[in-house]
Design a protein around this ligand. Sequence first.
Ligand SMILES: [Zn+2]
Length: 404
Amino acid sequence: MTYSAIRKLTGIYDGKQVVLQFYRSQHVDESSKPLVITIYRQICNDFLFGRDYEEFVYSLDFKDSKMIYESVLQVDKDIRFYTYEDKNVKEGITYAYYVGSNLNDTVYGPILIKPRNQQIWMPYETMIWEMEQLADMHPNLVKITNHGKSVLRRDISSITIGNRQHIKLGFIGLIHAGESGPELMLYTIKKLLKENGELLKKIGLSFLINANPDQREKQVTGTPWYLRKNANDVDLNRNFDAQFEKVEFGYGYRTDVYTSPTYRGEKSVSEPETKAIVDFIEYAMPQAVFVFHSLSSICTDSFLLSKYSKEDTSYIKKCMKYLIPYTKGFGVKSEPSIYFGTSCGSLPHYLYSKYNIPAFDMELGEVDDKIKQMVIHDQVTIQLMEYYQEKHYKGIREVIKACI
Ligand SMILES: [Zn+2]
């Protein structure tokens, strides 16, 4: 039997290069001469975001890999791990890495890493830095408020712009990690501050732009497949205190099964991210809440209401007050696209059943097939991002005007 000379291979994309880290396995004598490390790589042209997940690694054949490194690697003396940087990578391509040595060992791997463009997948640190910059530039118009921490102890904070005595609109992004929020919202926030000072004197808007920072960061740093749940494997959009006990079967999954992509959690509001969102709602008490979903950092003017609000005509009428101007500003359709689709435990259902607040999950509506494929399969370009940033800005600006 042969063993692996390598233990615990992990890797991330840091915005410039892929960084692999691994340890020497217990099979290798520590006192022996330095290990000659061999690194192999293959390009996974067949990997498709939105279709392929972890199981994709089993379809790969090591024989299709090429050696990209063979030599002695420096070991970090204090923590005893090896680091290898692959600078020869391109964004948008999925790579599989294997690591072996000169000990006639079993090759370790593969692990898959997809470098992504950070204008389309913004890192957490960049988002925080941008929020702080805006607070420094506009001390009277911008306020950052902390609402709690994620499972992995990242701060979950909102940014409120405009008149804080009259916060009328709330926005929440990234309840699902691989979906949308910061890239669209920060553009709107900046443009409203730059060009709409007068409007902001009358009305306040609060944005919790990254509600699921841990898993989003994994997506940003290279996890190739779609991530949805938080670091405890709970679907935050099933974890709210709104008919939580009722089991739902959306997408063909059960919400009461831990391995399910829609797992609701052990009890309602069990997750720190859910608690932070509830704290945000209680802080801002907005008159309407827009929750950004869809995929690959882009959503459109397609609005999902609680599926239990279908017969509630006065609630629907109240919702239309916000959806008509958003749709008008967005500039594609003449009538709002609304669907009654959000489940028990979802944020829109919670806001509807507890507060009667108009609340919408925003998905990818009807768009042309080319755009649809780009969004569903993580092939969004900067140009497409800019196109939708401007559309959301115009939609939100129309809603503000309608609220004044
Ligand atoms: Zn979603």
